[in-house]
Design a protein around this ligand. Structure first.
Ligand code: DC
Length: 234
């Protein structure tokens, strides 16, 4: 797949979509856009401005003026990209447990989704992209050349997310949640995210429980090679 390629990667929290999406984008030299970071940046800004996570109208207005940007990483501190809100670097702030709690209710409001989806479509016009999220193949880019939906059991997703946090926060960090707390959090988010998390009918579903990141990537590469610019599988 060459030229104006758009690859959608969707899946629930902890399905591996960010890791896989970032590596796939790097391999293909495509732009990587993690749309979850946009919803997180808005949830962060809402907290900063004291806006209620249940106030859809206020959050929709906030989204219009949030000036959320996702750029290539400019600092080598383990980040996949740099996220700014009104010029302020919030790349790590949006990973806090407060933002993780707030983001599902914030992202559920149609007023918020319509603004961020329009922005995501505009970003995808800028060239070749790997766009990662929940609804990219079904809603944001229904004509993407390739649509991947990653799945994994709740248990495995919790294990991966906990291992990531352990690596980032360190074993003795008092803010490190237990494995069962991580699993409860993912279960809660799955429930809220459910309505906006449907695989596109033409998505390739990959069950990743027993696959390494490299194996998932190799599976995707075979589809990339088989897909021409019109999205036709050969
Ligand atoms: O992928 P993530 O955990 O960083 O996503 C954060 C939240 O944003 C998640 O709870 C669901 C929401 N989200 C969404 O509704 N649609 C997307 N395209 C991406 C994320």
């Amino acid at each position: 797949m060459q030229g104006s390629g758009r690859i959608a990667i969707d899946g629930p929290a902890g399905s591996g979509k960010s890791t896989v999406g970032e590596q796939l984008a790097r391999h293909l030299e495509y732009l990587y856009i993690d749309t979850g970071a946009m919803y997180r940046a808005l949830a962060w800004l809402a907290g900063h401005e004291g806006i209620d996570v249940n106030d859809g109208a206020a959050l929709g207005t906030l989204a219009q003026h949030a000036e959320i940007e996702i750029k290539r990483p400019m600092i080598a501190d383990g980040r996949q990209y740099t996220v700014t809100v009104r010029g302020r670097d919030v790349t790590w702030d949006i990973r806090s447990s407060g933002v993780t709690r707030a983001v599902s209710p914030v992202s559920a409001h149609p007023e918020v989704r319509s603004v961020l989806i329009a922005r995501q479509r505009a970003m995808a016009q800028e060239g070749c992209v790997v766009m990662v999220g929940r609804d990219i193949g079904a809603v944001v880019l229904p004509d993407a050349e390739l649509k991947i939906y990653l799945m994994a059991s709740l248990q495995e997703r919790a294990r991966r997310r906990h291992a990531e946090l352990l690596e980032r926060l360190g074993e003795h960090n008092p803010t490190l949640p237990s494995l069962s707390e991580v699993a409860d959090d993912i279960r809660r988010r799955d429930g809220i995210d459910h309505d906006n998390m449907q695989p596109a009918q033409d998505a390739i579903v990959i069950e990743t429980d027993t696959l390494s990141v490299q194996q998932v990537l190799e599976t995707i590469y075979t589809y990339v090679e088989d897909t021409d610019e019109t999205g036709t599988q050969s």
